[in-house]
Design a protein around this ligand. Structure first.
Ligand SMILES: O=C[C@H](O)[C@H](O)COP(=O)(O)O
Length: 152
């Protein structure tokens, strides 16, 4: 199991959950490091800036994965997916979180503070850390097809 380098980010609508999740990550033995790209408590940076900044860190190999929180988890996913090589998903249930890694090899998990309860969000993150994509699995052909569409 890798020791994950995680980047977290949110807009002001996702700030409270981002802070709770950040603390959980810092206390989790599967996590090597946590970088925070904002927002701060009084920050109002729009979600596309936060999401693309975090996704670029993953794309450059400076982080392994990212957790992004906005009001719905939708905008951050749309924005993060604009970064080449990034597979970002919005997932609020345990099964989708699992499949986002095992089927889609998604590096970015997005959630919505206005959609999901904090305890389910925390559980999703705990479980997400335990999943590792298997490149020998039948899912890899499909992920490769996405990469090939992007020219990578
Ligand atoms: O997807 C967007 C997010 O939910 C964001 O937090 C709120 O965006 P809005 O202010 O445009 O509704």
């Amino acid at each position: 199991m890798p020791a994950w380098r995680i980047v977290v980010g949110s807009d002001d609508a996702g700030f409270d959950y981002k802070e709770v999740i950040k603390k959980d990550l810092e206390a989790n033995g599967l996590v090597a490091s946590v970088a925070d790209v904002g927002v701060d408590a009084d920050g109002h940076t729009n979600y596309p800036t936060i999401a693309t900044t975090a996704a670029e860190m993953v794309a450059r190999g400076e982080a392994d994965r990212a957790i992004l929180v906005c009001g719905t988890g939708l905008g951050v996913a749309v924005a993060a997916n604009k970064v080449k090589g990034i597979r970002a998903v919005t997932a609020h249930d345990s099964f989708s979180v699992e499949r986002s890694v095992l089927s889609n090899n998604a590096q970015v998990l997005c959630m919505g503070q206005r959609v999901i309860g904090i305890e389910q969000a925390r559980r999703n993150v705990r479980e997400w850390l335990t999943y590792v994509f298997d490149e020998a699995s039948a899912s890899n052909d499909k992920v490769r097809e996405i990469c090939s569409y992007e020219g990578i």
